[in-house]
Write a protein that binds this ligand. Structure first.
Ligand SMILES: *Cc1c(COP(=O)(O)O)cnc(C)c1O
Length: 390
């Protein structure tokens, strides 16, 4: 059994993908060919954003968003420690300082109350309930931006996050790498904040056959800057360079693959919801496990279906027994970012973000993809229930 089965999807659209790749081979515009603009237009319309700017990866999308706002040395960028490393890595790449804020225990997304406390603590010179980096020059940092993450496909609490960002004059970046296709209050993921960033890594809800990503925004000026950064800071033409940028383009071949895959996407979102619904139904009664919470007004796209075990020992036992039964499970994420060596320069300690640390010890994810049939799913649930002895 596969954790994410990409082959079933390919079987359905293999011909369309082959035709798309052949079209690129025939016209030969491997860089910024016509499929790029077609994809950008289609996805902008889908999420309800005025502009879509494709790029080489989700990581580049986040980096480009920070660069577009001119974020750099002396700026603090607040984000969650319970995410994939790229979310915080780009803050350091831009020369700014990552400042972590703990998550909501139910949704695993950044906690708006704690975000407010952290901003107040930074502005007030350090006192407050939120743990801050233990670094020289902390008082001189300007809180400039927030990167929220829609973890496992569930949008963060944008009703509150957008109003906090507006009130505090902070730039809001939505890390929608896992949530393309999700919704909150009738708005699609990738339509929140000042710039939203998604990833087309193969395992994401909409994935290509390599690396890819996209920025979304409504501001015309910001879109121009993002297009410039994507192409080495170009001005009115390629050999006029008006700012420092990157080589951040999406390959035309990947855009062709994404166009083919996008034709199935709506249907796949519904299939994912059906799979998650069945997991919920069969596991909700199990008192030893915490099933995912989708609050009213939200629709997750179920990038992952993640559960909390009672404790670390029980989780390890469950995963071992399921592996023995031939069922793959994965831990997203076993170590929160404030305890990773890469961020040790920030001086955080164990205990600084108790909710993230607790989740990291207990969380695990079950196989999740649109083509997970009922027979396989019943096998997974049976093995899981047997592993915990119910
Ligand atoms: C996958 C992911 C990224 C990075 O995307 P890439 O396309 O792999 O660079 C960033 N943030 C989150 C939350 C992710 O899951």
């Amino acid at each position: 059994m596969e954790f994410i089965d990409l082959a079933s999807q390919q079987m359905r659209i293999r011909e369309r993908i082959t035709r798309g790749i052949e079209a690129v081979l025939n016209h030969g515009q491997y860089i910024m060919g016509p499929e790029i603009a077609a994809l950008e237009e289609e996805l902008a319309r889908y999420v309800g954003a005025r502009h879509a700017i494709s790029c080489a990866s989700g990581t580049d999308a986040l980096l480009m968003a920070l660069m577009a706002r001119g974020i750099g040395p002396g700026d603090a960028v607040l984000t969650t420690p319970f995410t994939f490393v790229a979310t915080a890595e780009v803050i350091s790449l831009a020369g700014a300082t990552p400042v972590f804020v703990d998550i909501d225990p139910k949704t695993y997304n950044i906690d708006p109350d704690r975000l407010e406390q952290c901003i107040a603590a930074l502005r007030g010179g350090g006192a407050g309930p939120s743990a801050l980096p233990r670094i020289d020059g902390l008082n001189a940092l300007t809180p400039k931006a927030v990167i929220t993450v829609d973890l496992f496909g569930l949008p963060a609490d944008y009703s509150r996050l957008e109003s906090i960002a507006t009130r505090e004059g902070m730039f809001l970046i939505e890390d929608a790498a896992q949530s393309f296709g999700a919704e909150h209050n009738g708005r699609k993921a990738c339509a929140f904040g000042d710039i939203a960033c998604t990833s087309f890594f193969p395992a994401k809800p909409l994935g290509c056959y390599g690396d890819g990503g996209m920025c979304f925004c409504n501001d015309n000026g910001m879109a121009e800057i993002l297009r410039s950064i994507r192409l080495h800071g170009k001005g009115s033409h390629k050999y006029e360079n008006v700012r420092i940028g990157i080589n951040g383009r999406l390959d035309t071949i990947q855009a062709a693959i994404l166009l083919a895959k996008f034709s199935l996407f709506e249907e796949e979102v519904h299939l994912r919801q059906a799979v998650a619904g069945r997991y919920n139904e069969k596991l909700r009664a199990c008192r030893d496990l915490v099933t995912p919470v989708v609050p009213d007004g939200y629709q997750s796209v179920w990038a992952q279906y993640s559960l909390l075990a009672r404790d670390e020992a029980q989780r390890d036992a469950i995963m071992k027994k399921m592996q023995a039964a031939g069922i793959p499970t994965v831990i997203y994420y076993p170590r929160p970012l404030h305890l990773q060596g890469a961020f040790s320069f920030l001086g955080y300690r164990a205990g600084d973000f108790p909710v993230s640390e607790d989740c990291a010890r207990r969380i695990f994810s079950l196989p999740m993809h649109p083509y997970l049939g009922e027979t396989d799913q019943d096998r997974i649930v049976a093995a899981l229930l047997e592993a915990i002895g119910t």
